[in-house]
Structures are given as structure tokens and as C-alpha cells.
Design a protein around this ligand. Structure first.
Ligand SMILES: [Zn+2]
Length: 329
């Protein structure tokens, strides 16, 4: 059975809203909800195109609601951090008065027994609104809108951009040899694979074949690698502030050519090696977590490999070889 690891990349970006969605968001900051006329129908939220035909709609915006009627709903008994409310609530299709289609939003009704098709609801606005659909905190039973906390007047500025967080989750199969390479680090060993055809040696966690000879390299090709080497390349990362970035000071990732081999370990962390002292040619030795210490099982580019926490200067004289910088992989 192949094991998979799941990874998620999240990054922020700004999106321009355009004349229709921008007007909808601007109105939300003013506690108004806009739809757009599409023939005899009124679409909420407003769209720039007829969803049935794709025809462009004239920007004929019309105020709807704010109260409406629940058309269908589902109860969320255990909200997660992704949900709009921290307590149990209903997601509901709410047809706002004057609209031809329902709007999906949250209803804070206390219990599922209080929600039904035909329930009349009205918005609970946030006190401080920014021009976003979450300016409506949720809907509540009744005909009357409410405001959560002190009502802060909108600045009246048009809302033209919106902050988004894009998120991509993907799965990567973990090779059995990669698991063996990590397991070896728990014994403070690095393993490699020697090709029986060309005798080239590769790091044991990367690829199960020799790319020169197209020979599969299994457990019988495994050898121990030295845990000393020479720094051949490095990168200094100046952290910029983005969500999830925990580093605040510049930090380095280095490439290490292991002794008596052609193996270059890439993007390795360093230990006791200040950023401004890093240079090509430094002799380094592996820094290990103590045997039996619990280690992070998640490896990846720039992360420690099992118990191999990073590389630390050995104190030997630098290697002065102009070809070192060409040893990239
Ligand atoms: Zn080979």
C-alpha cells in the first residue's frame, strides 16, 4: 500500500470586483442588498451575465430585502473554523423580498426545530462593515434587521478590490525508499543507492532508479553515506510577511556535497552557522536529533529530513575548489 502525504499551499491575492459585484459589496457596507434585473427576474447576488444564456446584463441594479423567506436549509451541528458562526447554525437558501432566486447564507436560529421552509428571516449586520458578503454576519428569524455591536457608518468609498486566500491541497505518494531513508536518520545514518551498472551513488530518499542507466534501485542497492560534506551553494531567504510565515529573520538553505560521493543534498537547514558567515567551501557535518527523540515525520524541500536537523560547520579549513558551485544536483 502506497502511503500518501497531503500538502496545502495557501497564498493571498487581491481580485478586482468590476462594476456589478463592486456595487453589491459597496452597498453591503451601507447595509443594503442589491440585485440585478434580468428581464422580469432579479438576480441576487447580482451577476454581469445572464447565467442561462451568457448574455451581458445592463447594470440595472435594484435594492432587495433585506428580509426574506427560507426556501431550504441544512443544519450544521458542529461548526469548524471555516464556518461563518462558531455555534450550531443552518445554511439556508433565502429568497430575499424582491429577488427571483435564493441567496445562500447562514441562519442563527438556535436549534434545528426553529428552522423551516417559509421561515421569515432578516440580516444581522456586522457593526463594522468592509464591503464583503460577511458584512451580513448571518440571518435571524423575524422581519427586522439588527446590527451586532456599535454601528460604524460606512466610509462611502466604492469597494473595488477584495482580498482572497487561495488554497490548493494535493497528495504526494511516499516511496518506500524515502521512508527507509528517514528511518535511517533515526539511527543517525544517511543512506544512498549505488547503481550496479555505472556505480554512481544517489541519495536514498529521492528516486528509485538510476537516470543514466534506467536501472531500478531497490533495497539491495542501498549503502551508507558519510555524514560530512562541503557546502556548494546556498540561498538566504529574507522572510516577507504573509499569512503563515513564522520566520522573522533571514535564514539560509544550503547545498551539501557529501564526502567521497557525487551526492548533493539540496535546500538543507543549517545549525550554528550565521547567515553572514555562509560561503561556498565550508566543511560541514550533520546535526542530528538525539536518538529516540520524537521527530517531525513531515519532510519536504527545506525541511529537516527525519532526525537530520541540519548542517553545522566542522571547523576544518574551507575547500577551495572553483568547481564546487557547479555541483548543484
Ligand atoms: Zn547507473
Amino acid at each position: 500500500m502506497t502511503r500518501f502525504v497531503e500538502s496545502t499551499i495557501t497564498f493571498p491575492y487581491k481580485r478586482s470586483l468590476g462594476p456589478v459585484t463592486g456595487a453589491f459589496m459597496t452597498a453591503l457596507a451601507e447595509k443594503r442588498i442589491l440585485g440585478i434585473r434580468n428581464g422580469a427576474a432579479v438576480l441576487v447576488p447580482p451577476m454581469e451575465w445572464d447565467p442561462a444564456s451568457g448574455a451581458e446584463l445592463a447594470a440595472d441594479l435594484v435594492e432587495v430585502g433585506p428580509a426574506g423567506t427560507v426556501e431550504s436549509w441544512t443544519w450544521v451541528p458542529v461548526p469548524t473554523e471555516q464556518h461563518p458562526l462558531e455555534k450550531p447554525f443552518a445554511f439556508a437558501f433565502i429568497r430575499l423580498d424582491g429577488a427571483s432566486c435564493p441567496l445562500l447564507h447562514a441562519v442563527d436560529a438556535g436549534s434545528p426545530a426553529a428552522v423551516f421552509e417559509g421561515l421569515r428571516v432578516a440580516p444581522r449586520w456586522r457593526g463594522r462593515r468592509v464591503g464583503h458578503i460577511t458584512d451580513i454576519q448571518c440571518f435571524v428569524p423575524g422581519e427586522t434587521s439588527e446590527v451586532d455591536g456599535p454601528d460604524v457608518e460606512s466610509t462611502g468609498q466604492p469597494v473595488e478590490l477584495m482580498d482572497y486566500t487561495a488554497s490548493v491541497t494535493y497528495s504526494t505518494p511516499v516511496l518506500a525508499m524515502a521512508d527507509r531513508a528517514v528511518a535511517a536518520t533515526r539511527e543517525q545514518r544517511l543512506t544512498g543507492l549505488r547503481c550496479p551498472a555505472c556505480e554512481r551513488v544517489y541519495f536514498g530518499g529521492d528516486r528509485p532508479y538510476c537516470p543514466v542507466d534506467a536501472v531500478e534501485l531497490g533495497p539491495d542497492a542501498e549503502i551508507d553515506l558519510p555524514s560530512t560534506g562541503t557546502l556548494t551553494n546556498f540561498i538566504v531567504v529574507e522572510p516577507v510577511r504573509y499569512p503563515g510565515q513564522t520566520a522573522t529573520e533571514p535564514f539560509a538553505r544550503v547545498f551539501v556535497l557529501l564526502d567521497d560521493s557525487d551526492v548533493v543534498l539540496t535546500y538543507q537547514p543549517v545549525i550554528d552557522l550565521p547567515v553572514d558567515e555562509i560561503r561556498v567551501g565550508i566543511r560541514v557535518t550533520a546535526g542530528w536529533a538525539p536518538i529516540d527523540a520524537p521527530v517531525d515525520n513531515v519532510s519536504g524541500i527545506g525541511r529537516p529530513l527525519g532526525s537530520l536537523l541540519g548542517w553545522t560547520p566542522s571547523g576544518e579549513p574551507d575547500v577551495n575548489d572553483p568547481d564546487l558551485v557547479n555541483r548543484i544536483y
